[in-house]
Design a protein around this ligand. Structure first.
Ligand code: PMP
Length: 415
């Protein structure tokens, strides 16, 4: 299962040929796709892997004794090994496939949370969390009369770690934070956050939302030291509808299933049921085999491109775009953290973000506008929403020029 390094020298023009959608036009203009934080585009190898699965070995898994079912089962299990190696987990038993980050956080809140959090206990999240890492904890708070505490963000969009230290208490049961903010691009010191939580009490469960990190930086879950780490395939060049919950084996073994039904059981009788081993205990029903196959191909693609090349290209794009945007009068970037990845959110004085987004679309430029599922963060900055551009390694400086020129034109027309 070793990937071979096929692209020794990073050549963005060559890389772009791997992504069929990047060739398309929108109303006669080349598509400039700058909404990668919402979802990434897919290389041909991922599309082909999924097509090959449906063309050649589509079958339900784990139950078939016939060859295509065995092949599909192997592909599904190999995907877990691939993910395990990618994030340096100890065992593939620690890899649970979910629908995505959102389902993974819900699984932890419902399973670990309901089991371990009681009245008056505290859960700590941060002000920059995505709704997917806020609402499940609010539900837990309601159900268990728990307390939700929030790490504040400074004016640059960085977590205030001294405040986090003050929030930790004898009542803290869970800390759940993102590694990279989808709205600000801030890279959080998750290793330090884990260390501080564990210093307070080694039984505090730390959950890292890696949805925006997994494709930008090499993730080593054992080095970070979190108990749970979650992410979605679709943001890392893989298909939609599948994601990963990594959990330390010891914890996954201890907590109850989140959903029940076929495949997650060991034996069933009307007297009672015994559950399957981890990770199957958490995977009730027919899983997303197509997704697992596509995710495997996506990980190979990232491995073959290399994080060094990815990081270099994305950093250059971030710096170049930031310089260009800083020159535009009345434009304010929200999120100026020292440690930042390829995401830029901004507001333009007197203009509505949605109007800007619609105008940019007429130039073929795809950006996101609004609250980015981080409404409390918008409140923190006292703004209704932002325009957000987010880069992938297949974006180019020429695309940033097209975007900046289209933005200037939009501002002129809208003013
Ligand atoms: N957390 C973060 C930081 C995200 O960026 C996203 C997706 N925007 C999510 C969670 C939710 O991911 P999904 O919609 O794939 O479940």
């Amino acid at each position: 299962m070793q990937d071979t390094l096929t692209k020794k020298i990073f050549d963005v023009d060559e890389v772009r040929k791997d992504f069929p959608i990047l060739n398309r036009e929108v109303d006669g203009k080349p598509l400039v796709y700058l909404d990668n934080a919402a979802t990434s585009q897919k290389p041909e190898s991922v599309i082909n892997a999924i097509s090959d699965y449906y063309s050649n070995y589509n079958a339900n898994i784990h139950r078939g004794v016939y060859s295509i079912s065995i092949k599909a089962s192997e592909a599904y299990e190999n995907a877990k090994i691939k993910v395990k190696e990618f994030i340096n987990a100890e065992s593939e038993r620690e890899i649970v496939f979910t629908r995505g980050t959102t389902e993974a956080v819900n699984l932890i809140a419902y399973s670990y949370g309901l089991e371990n959090v009681n009245e008056g206990d505290e859960v700590i999240i941060s002000e920059m969390e995505h709704h997917a890492n806020i609402v499940p904890w609010q539900v837990l708070r309601e159900k268990k009369k728990a307390v939700l505490k929030v790490i504040p963000v400074n004016d640059n969009g960085e977590l205030i770690i001294d405040e986090f230290k003050k929030l930790l208490s004898d009542k803290t049961k869970i800390v759940a934070v993102c590694q990279i903010s989808n709205t600000l691009g801030t890279i959080n010191p998750v290793k330090e956050i884990v260390r501080l939580a564990k210093e307070k009490n080694k039984n505090i469960a730390v959950i890292v939302d890696g949805a925006q990190a997994i494709h930008h930086t090499k993730v080593d879950v054992r080095d970070i030291g979190a108990d749970f780490y979650v992410f979605s395939s679709h943001k890392m060049y893989g298909p939609m509808g599948i994601g990963v919950l990594y959990g330390r084996a010891e914890l996954l073994e201890a907590i109850p299933p989140y959903q029940t039904g076929g495949d997650m059981i060991s034996t069933v009788s009307f007297k009672g049921t015994t559950y399957n081993d981890i990770p199957m205990k958490f995977e009730a029903g027919t899983p997303n085999v197509e997704g697992a196959v596509g995710l495997t191909a996506a990980i190979s693609y990232i491995n073959n491109t290399g994080f060094e090349a990815i990081h270099k290209q994305e950093t250059e794009l971030l710096e170049y775009a930031t310089e260009q945007l800083d020159l535009i009068k009345g434009l304010r970037i929200i999120g100026t953290a020292k440690e930042k990845t390829g995401v830029i959110s901004f507001v333009v004085e007197g203009l509505n973000a949605l109007d800007i987004g619609i105008m940019l679309d007429t130039s073929g430029v795809a950006v996101r506008t609004g609250q980015h599922c981080t409404e409390p963060l918008m409140d923190r900055f006292g703004i209704p929403g932002t325009v957000r551009v987010s880069f992938a390694f297949y974006n180019t400086k020429e695309e940033i020029d097209i975007f900046v020129n289209a933005l200037k034109k939009a501002i002129e027309i809208l003013r």
